[in-house]
Design a protein around this ligand. Structure first.
Ligand SMILES: NC(=O)c1ccc[n+]([C@@H]2O[C@H](COP(=O)([O-])OP(=O)(O)OC[C@H]3O[C@@H](n4cnc5c(N)ncnc54)[C@H](O)[C@@H]3O)[C@@H](O)[C@H]2O)c1
Length: 427
């Protein structure tokens, strides 16, 4: 079975991993501790994460902590082939390449489960790391016999946590999974600054578009949508936000953006970015009223946000005009128009670019590594279900990042700490 792409890419992969390490100081402090404490000795970690240079650094950290790691991607278009090859060459078990078919994607997840089972037979205990919940779902649908051997798992993203909570509500989740996305040091940084910047990066690489003077429609004003809107504004685009949640729609307006229903926005937007975690938020009915030349992109986890089947149905011709850009030629009555789809509707920051900057992934992956340590240390208390880490883990990660950035800050005096926890003193 194929494991990775062209082995000749390994040297570039090693250089890219080294570059990522140079930006991930906070995570390297966890690596130093793991080397000494070996918290993951005797464990095998099965990962389904975007196989990027930053993920390779997380693999370094887990291996330094004593774990055996087996890894596949969590999206058919997000693997950085040079990184996957470098991991494979140095002996980490990896199944991932950019451009996997649907079948290959699931075969690779199965390969990870098979390796986990093999390692458990040899006496190891299993942990999982997921991004989007496909690995956990596969295990719960097809490998239920193996579940008792799994001590716990972690989940990286909003969509994955939503799926886990749905499993929990159905009483279907059979082992504890830490919602790393719920760490403040994850969604307030990775989703906000990371997705904000890298979505613009993906759009730029796919189109080389001038943002100034464009109307950019951001659909979903959550952690990611807020970041994307802010960055687009910084590039001098006019930003329009579409939301279904009252509070977030209000927040978007008060942050200075126009808010309108998607059907109205469809008529005025030049560029559309979906970041909802939902399905078909851009549908055929919207595509029909869009302007000639409109660009569509998604930065939410799955390629379900833009109804690509509807787009294909409307089009009489589809052309790959650039590496990450398809043109859909649509005849509308007597008029012709072109709509453009970036990154095949898969998360544009990873499909068309390199994903989040390493520094922001350092925060997220401190969360992943410390979550695994937490599961191992608390394995006798944890129940099946979604687990949220105590706030002190977030505080610890933020402190590591401040130190890595060379930032000093103030601390409360004893008197101030007392004042903040007392009620007697008033005006
Ligand atoms: N591209 C990346 O690298 C990356 C990084 C982090 C998260 N994500 C993914 O991005 C997506 C969004 O994550 P988030 O943390 O911002 O989630 P969130 O829950 O904070 O925000 C999602 C927002 O979308 C809104 N929404 C839902 N359906 C809608 C609809 N039909 N129309 C308009 N708005 C709608 C919700 O009301 C909510 O405010 C998820 O799929 C997540 O997994 C991607």
């Amino acid at each position: 079975m194929k494991n990775v792409a062209n082995i000749k890419l390994a040297a570039q992969g090693r250089k890219n991993i080294a570059w990522a390490r140079s930006q991930m100081g906070a995570l390297l402090t966890v690596e130093d501790e793991f080397k000494k404490k070996q918290p993951l000795k005797g464990y095998v970690v099965g990962m389904a994460l975007h196989v990027t240079k930053e993920t390779a650094v997380l693999v370094d950290v887990l291996e330094a902590g004593g774990a055996e790691v087996v890894i596949t991607g969590c999206n058919p278009l997000s693997t950085q082939d040079d990184v996957a090859v470098a991991l494979h060459e140095r002996g980490t078990k990896v199944w991932a390449w950019k451009g996997e078919t649907h079948q290959e994607y699931y075969a690779n997840l199965e390969a990870v489960v098979a390796e986990l089972k093999k390692a458990v037979k040899q006496g190891k205990k299993a942990l999982t790391i997921d991004d989007g919940c496909d690995l956990v779902t596969l295990i719960h649908q097809k490998h239920t016999d193996f579940i008792p051997s799994i001590v716990g798992g972690t989940e990286e993203t909003t969509t994955g946590v939503q799926r886990l909570r749905a499993m929990e509500a159905d009483d279907a989740l059979k082992y504890p999974v830490v919602a790393v996305n719920d760490n403040k040091t994850k969604h307030l940084f990775d989703n906000y600054y990371g997705t904000g910047q890298s979505t613009i990066g993906g759009l730029l690489r796919a189109t080389n578009l001038l943002f100034a003077g464009k109307t950019m429609v951001v659909i979903g004003y959550g952690s990611c949508g807020r970041g994307v809107s802010l960055r687009a504004k910084g590039m001098s685009a006019e930003v329009v936000v579409c939301e279904v949640d009252n509070l977030r729609a209000l927040q978007a307006r008060m942050d200075g953006f126009r808010v309108m229903p998607i059907l109205e926005a469809a008529k005025v937007g030049d560029v559309f970015v979906t970041v909802t975690g939902n399905k078909h938020v851009i549908d055929g009915v919207h595509m029909k009223v869009m302007k000639d030349g409109t660009i569509l992109a998604n930065s939410g986890h799955f390629d379900a946000e833009i109804n690509i089947d509807a787009l294909k149905k409307l089009a009489r011709k589809v052309t790959q005009v650039r590496p990450s850009l398809q043109e859909f030629k649509i005849t509308d009555g007597s008029k012709e128009k072109n709509l453009y789809l970036a990154g095949e509707g898969r998360l544009v920051n990873l499909a068309a670019a390199e994903g989040h900057p390493s520094t922001v992934m350092s925060l997220s992956f401190c969360g992943q590594a410390l979550a695994l340590q937490y599961i191992v240390e608390h394995k006798h208390e944890l129940q099946p279900g979604v687990v949220v880490l105590p706030g002190k883990v977030d505080d610890d990660i933020a402190a590591r990042q401040l130190t890595a950035m060379g930032i000093k800050k103030d601390s409360l005096t004893k008197e101030q700490a007392r004042y903040l926890t007392s009620w007697q003193a008033g005006t």
